[in-house]
Design a protein around this ligand. Structure first.
Ligand SMILES: O=C(O)c1ccccc1N[C@@H]1O[C@H](COP(=O)(O)O)[C@@H](O)[C@H]1O
Length: 243
């Protein structure tokens, strides 16, 4: 029997000031869903405990939406996971100054391993690492550049004390094709740290399937396109994963 409820993290990805969803994380594949603050407030009103808030421009290196994202993060009563372009002391300090519950480091974990080890040691639970993968190859810089082997990186980050991982199957992201349960099982088998699943959720049954992986280490699921496309409501999703 499951003892923990799967946490749900509705996503607000911001590009050029708008809440958007991408397909496979590809720049140019955006569908726009309007004002990020409105989207975030809507998920909060619907009962979300977490918000996954991403600065896509900072992730792609096409500018940033930092001021707007900080405004959204500060306006929330729920817990915020901030990501996109957090790659050095200044961007990390700015992210943490919003009062977010944690940050999610992607590219930095691939390109600046010493810095990431240092900030994991300094900030503990405030730091998660996003493992964004195609197959078992990690991708950084807006998912445009290869960044090494998933399992080698996982072993390194585990040894450095990384508190949790956000695992995205890029092939599934934004596609409404269902999550990659096999990948998630394999990652959970390779680490004892909690895993947040990202990519592909399309239905309440997908969430129920992810909830069956809670005993293996899946702690939460990021839900994006399915909510914006109204495949189900957040209230229905929370009900579906209630224990
Ligand atoms: O969320 C996306 O669709 C996405 C698409 C392309 C690139 C990044 C994306 N998301 C988030 O960005 C961070 C990585 O940012 P960085 O490499 O640290 O700058 C990743 O963890 C996702 O949360």
């Amino acid at each position: 029997m499951r003892t923990h409820r799967l946490e749900l993290l509705p996503a607000v990805d911001v590009r050029d000031g708008q809440a958007v969803r991408l397909v496979h994380g590809e720049s140019g594949s955006e569908t726009s869903y309007g004002d990020p603050m409105e989207a975030a407030l809507a998920w909060q009103r619907a009962g979300a405990e977490w918000l996954h808030l991403v600065d896509l421009d900072a992730a792609f290196g096409t500018g940033d939406n930092r001021a707007q994202i900080a405004e959204v993060a500060r306006a929330m009563d729920l817990k915020v996971e901030l990501s996109g372009g957090i790659r050095d002391d200044a961007s990390l300090a700015a992210a943490l100054a919003t009062g977010c519950a944690r940050v999610n480091l992607g590219t930095a974990a691939l390109e600046s391993p010493e810095w990431v080890a240092k900030v994991i040691a300094e900030h503990g639970e405030l730091i998660a690492v996003g493992l964004d993968v195609r197959g078992t190859t990690l991708r950084g810089r807006g998912w445009t550049r290869d960044g090494g082997d998933l399992y080698e990186t996982l072993t390194r980050l585990d040894s450095e004390g990384c508190a949790r991982y956000v695992v995205t199957d890029i092939a599934k992201d934004g596609t409404l094709q269902g999550p990659n349960l096999e990948l998630l099982r394999n990652v959970c088998a390779a680490t004892d740290r909690p895993v947040v699943a990202s990519g592909g959720v399309s239905s309440l049954d997908d969430l129920r399937a992810l909830a069956t992986l809670v005993p293996e280490g899946v702690e939460g699921a990021i839900v994006g396109k399915a909510l914006y496309a109204k495949a189900f409501t957040l209230e229905e999703a929370l009900e579906a994963v209630a224990v």
